[in-house]
Design a protein. Structure first.
Length: 349
């Protein structure tokens, strides 16, 4: 059934003409199409230079796709690939058409890491849950476009958000959080083979085109590294502060320093460092082992004048809870204690 619906939609997209090129159809701009029940999510690649035509193009696409039998909701995401400009310095990051956003939230906290594999997303998800348990209304935005893991961490795999009357995505809810991720809009096995400008535009839309009303704190799970997504966040959203997650090993610490320096250069306050996977306790004998070294992150925090927010253990029960889409706050006592300490440190930011 889904295959028939998808084929019908693709045929209908042939009827939509690109307003910037009469020789191209809507289908030629399509990069991803997902059908989930009565909801279809489509991603189109459009040129940044034709921003004045985007809304008309969106309306034409929605109208034509909505004619497919059984489709009740159409969700469209535009990603932009900037054309090369000759004899002129390019606008930084191709984002000049997108103004700085004003979101209906009280504060925005970015959770970042200099490299992948240090447990950043797990920290972001559990931090958001911990904040919500204090009575705050919390949103969790998965900005890791290339490797979204929040759907798994929140137990929301395979679910798709609806849209409201203003054509904004309604975040899914889990563990008391409002949650959005690019992973909700594409098939789980679909690779995001996008260049920088496309990532920037998609990230911008996750902020702009989602209904964040009623949220006190928005926690943003950033992609690892210091690339386009981080610059987009710093330039287009007023971020109240960033938390850097790292393991205590030297290789991770080198990249963590780069992340700290990037946020400082973009005038985003660094709220502190979290040391993840700091200690492993043998479940049989109770022996404690610092697998990735010990004390290096706290020393680094003191050296560069950044708060040290605490150390989180390496634990099988935390891994199992994360894979099962559950919060690990009440599974591991040390884990819970550290998050309470982190919340106290963040109080007032």
């Amino acid at each position: 059934m889904a295959d028939n619906v998808q084929s019908d939609i693709e045929e209908r997209l042939e009827n939509v003409t690109c307003p910037w090129n009469d020789a191209r159809s809507g289908l030629s701009c399509l990069t991803s199409l997902t059908v989930n029940g009565a909801t279809v999510t489509a991603i189109f690649e459009v040129p940044v230079s034709e921003g004045t035509h985007h809304e008309a193009f969106r309306q034409s696409l929605e109208s034509e796709m909505g004619k497919t039998e059984g489709i009740e909701s159409v969700q469209i995401i535009f990603t932009a690939e900037r054309a090369p400009v000759e004899k002129q310095a390019p606008d930084p990051h191709g984002m000049n058409k997108n103004p700085k956003l004003t979101l209906p939230v009280k504060r925005i906290i970015a959770v970042a890491s200099g490299k992948g594999g240090v447990g950043k997303s797990t920290v972001a998800a559990n931090l958001a849950v911990a904040l919500s348990q204090t009575g705050e209304k919390v949103g969790l935005l998965d900005a890791d476009i290339y490797g979204p893991s929040v759907p798994t961490l929140m137990g929301l795999q395979g679910q798709k958000p609806d849209t409201n009357d203003e054509k904004k995505l309604i975040p899914l809810e889990a563990h008391g959080l409002k949650v959005i991720s690019i992973g909700f809009l594409v098939d789980q096995d679909t690779p995001m083979i996008w260049r920088g400008p496309m990532v920037q535009t998609a990230l911008y839309q996750l902020f702009r085109d989602v209904d964040w009303s009623g949220v006190d704190t928005l926690v943003v799970d950033m992609p690892p590294g210091t690339g386009d997504a981080q610059l987009t966040l710093a330039q287009k959203v007023d971020v109240d502060g960033a938390i850097i997650v790292s393991t205590p090993q030297d290789l991770a610490l080198i990249d963590a320093r780069k992340g700290i320096e990037m946020f400082r250069k973009t005038n985003v306050p660094v709220l502190g460092l979290i040391e993840n996977m700091s200690l492993f306790t043998c479940p049989n004998c109770g022996h404690e082992e610092h697998i990735f070294a010990h004390g290096t992150l706290e020393e680094e925090a003191q050296k560069i004048g950044v708060p040290y927010l605490g150390a989180l253990p390496l634990s099988k029960d935390i891994r199992e809870a994360s894979d099962a889409g559950k919060s690990a706050l009440h599974i591991n006592e040390k884990f819970n204690e550290t998050y309470n300490f982190i919340l106290k440190k963040l109080d007032g930011h």
